[in-house]
Design a protein around this ligand. Structure first.
Ligand SMILES: C[S@@+](CC[C@H](N)C(=O)[O-])C[C@H]1O[C@@H](n2cnc3c(N)ncnc32)[C@H](O)[C@@H]1O
Length: 210
């Protein structure tokens, strides 16, 4: 995962919140096992996790910061109605090509997750993997993400505090979610099957039902 470079917190967040930063990552993004899900073992691990954390299909899922669409495609394959959004045109172009090749429908578009262009209450699930940490105002973003949920909807956040120093701890994410919700479940994702390699840092999924 991306290093917390020497620009200071503000400069670093300006960088990772920009389309240019992610456009520059796009061509090689899927080379990471957990990004491209090219290894069948890694792909199966994420497919299995999604079965655990998502409601039965078909659910309306917002995949915020969908990147190259790997999770969008897994969820579409599982029968969910997926809308993906990403600030990087290069990421979305790759994601749309992958969706076309996979043959499962998913509606992926370019846009900022700080203010998603969707109606409040229009999703059963808001999912974001490795995106909250990159938002300039995580609490403000979370407020708007939760407004997208229909009553009874669920929030699923995959995050980590990587060995590079970038990211958020499980405690930080849970505390943020509990500013808005009454319940949160944190599950460690320390099985190397998710990452294609053994890990030595903190990676987890946070699910909140209410
Ligand atoms: C680490 S990647 C994760 C991509 C994807 N969620 C995955 O797990 O494969 C972070 C993604 O968030 C996107 N992103 C960062 N800031 C964003 C913002 N403000 N609005 C929408 N997307 C954003 C980036 O373009 C990038 O595709």
């Amino acid at each position: 995962m991306f290093a917390s470079c020497g620009r200071g917190r503000r400069g670093y967040h300006e960088a990772v919140a920009s389309a240019e930063f992610w456009d520059a990552q796009a061509a090689e993004f899927d080379e990471q096992p957990d990004h491209g899900l090219r290894d069948p073992m890694v792909r199966a691990a994420w497919a299995g996790l999604l079965v655990q954390v998502l409601p039965p299909s078909p659910a309306r899922v917002a995949d915020l910061g969908c990147g190259t669409g790997s999770l969008s495609i897994l969820m579409a394959e599982a029968g969910h109605r997926v809308s993906g959004l990403d600030i990087s045109p290069a990421m979305v172009a790759l994601a749309q090509a992958k969706v076309a090749g996979a043959g499962y429908p998913a509606d992926l578009s370019v846009g900022g997750a700080a203010l998603p262009p969707w109606e409040p209450g229009s999703f059963d699930v808001v999912l974001a993997r490795h995106v909250l940490w990159a938002m300039e105002d995580p609490d403000g973003a979370l407020t708007r993400w939760l407004q997208l949920l229909a009553p009874g909807g669920r929030l699923v956040l995959v995050e980590g505090r990587w060995w590079t120093g970038a990211g958020m701890t499980a405690g930080e994410v849970a505390k943020l979610v509990l500013r808005h919700r009454s319940e949160v479940q944190v599950t460690a994702l320390d099985d190397s099957a998710y990452w294609g390699n053994p890990i030595r840092d903190e990676r987890f999924v946070v699910v909140s039902h209410r």
